[in-house]
Design a protein around this ligand. Structure first.
Ligand code: PBG
Length: 323
């Protein structure tokens, strides 16, 4: 056959395939989310996330050392708290002697070059299991800001480098930027959860933190999975309010949203490859139904190809070993 264009020419050997490869993953793309808990010498596996553990502070530092040796430089912290520390107003979130702020200080103290990202939302500290203050069954938008401001400021004082407002309510980025700047923390960045969907894929994360809502769901604040144009409005607001990164969450079922934001905004786009996305691949691999390593690398590659330059993923450590 007389074909002028034969795309297979560029696939005929490993050398040429490598040369024309369009997207490359690097360990510097990754942020590893880590779960912390009280106690000493505790390393407790999350049942629905094989290979992922909640660490007490002492063991957390060893874990971070291992990750740093693999080239991972940024960690996003989430606390698992006993019910006794939770209340309606998430007051534990800005307790200077509390687990979370202690963890930030301990990490920055031992690893000054590591970047600590923090979560700015009420749910791990809320006795209602919601991301905001609850009154008469409603999740309040504006009154919750005061709690988030105290939380973010306390985290910045403890040494946080990036704060991640994750409640998907209105006016978060602008308010936090102002609070941080007034506190003298101009250098603390904001990674906004711009398009975070009300997703079934967060199930294992809520197991990890025992943070499932005590009533109802999160549909009055997280986005409807059916919508993409609305993601542009959310991203526009976050951009205008001063976000340094725009995040899409989950990642794999929302690759079109990652591309949409990357095409429309000149900010780094982050994607959160969430707990359920991790659990699916792990479960199938454990059953021998697919090759777990290859599925992991393909999933991560697809997130980057779609336009995310930062990937929050529980696979970070495993992928770093392969890269
Ligand atoms: C809520 C929050 C969630 C995750 C991180 N922060 C989900 C939720 O309960 O709404 C999920 C992360 C994951 O599933 O890996 N502030």
């Amino acid at each position: 056959m007389n074909l002028i264009r034969r795309p297979r020419r560029s696939r005929q050997s490993a050398a040429i395939r490598d040369m024309v490869q369009e997207t490359r993953l690097s360990v510097t793309d990754f942020i590893l989310p880590v779960f912390i808990m009280e106690g000493q010498n505790v390393r407790s596996e999350v049942a629905s996330m094989p290979g992922i553990h909640r660490f007490s502070l002492d063991l957390l530092l060893d874990e971070i050392q291992e990750c740093v040796d693999l080239g991972i430089k940024t960690f996003d912290l989430f606390p698992n708290l006993p019910e006794s520390k939770k209340d309606k107003y998430a007051t534990e979130s800005y307790n200077p002697d509390g687990l979370y702020l202690q963890a930030i200080r301990a990490i920055k103290d031992r690893f000054p070059d590591v970047m600590v990202m923090t979560d700015v939302a009420m749910d791990p500290y809320s006795s209602d299991g919601h991301d905001g203050i609850v009154e008469n069954g409603k999740i309040l938008n504006d009154p919750t800001l005061e709690v988030l401001g105290k939380m973010a400021l306390a985290q910045a004082q403890a040494g946080a480098n990036i704060v991640g407002p994750s409640d998907m309510m209105d006016g978060r980025v602008g308010y936090l930027r102002q609070v941080l700047d007034e506190g003298g923390f101009h250098e603390v960045a904001i990674m906004s959860y711009s398009a975070k969907y009300a997703s079934a894929f967060y199930g294992p994360f809520r197991d990890a933190l025992d943070s499932a809502p005590k009533f109802g769901d999160k549909k009055t604040y997280q986005m409807n999975p059916a919508n993409s144009r609305e993601a542009l409005i959310e991203a526009q607001l976050d951009f205008a309010e001063g976000a340094d990164f725009l995040m899409v969450k989950p990642a794999l079922a929302y690759l079109d949203i990652i591309k949409l934001l990357n095409d429309n905004f000149h900010l780094p786009i982050a994607a959160y490859n969430v707990s359920g996305e991790y659990a699916m691949i792990k479960a199938a691999a454990q059953n021998g139904w697919l090759d777990g390593e290859r599925a992991m690398m393909e999933a991560l590659m697809s997130i980057k190809r779609a336009g995310a330059s930062v990937i929050l993923t529980y696979f970070a450590k495993e992928a770093a070993r392969l890269l």
